[in-house]
Write a protein that binds this ligand. Sequence first.
Ligand code: ZN
Length: 81
Amino acid sequence: MLKCREFIDTADALVEGELTVRQRLSMRLHWFICKHCRRYLSQLRALLGAIPFMHKPASDEEVERVMRGLRSADEHRDGGE
Ligand SMILES: [Zn+2]
């Protein structure tokens, strides 16, 4: 059985699609039973998915979208309770 340490060490290769079928199966088995590694893997995927945005400056539209999101989050917080 895979250990958490081995899962985390191998997670990069899993996300990059560099594992053999046998490796993927043992990763999947551990992912299935271990909520810590499930969370780790989803964070890793989110992080890798965000990387392309870090390499280029945000467009005006992207900035506007983020600002709108921040404003609506504020309104939501003030309106709550
Ligand atoms: Zn684990």
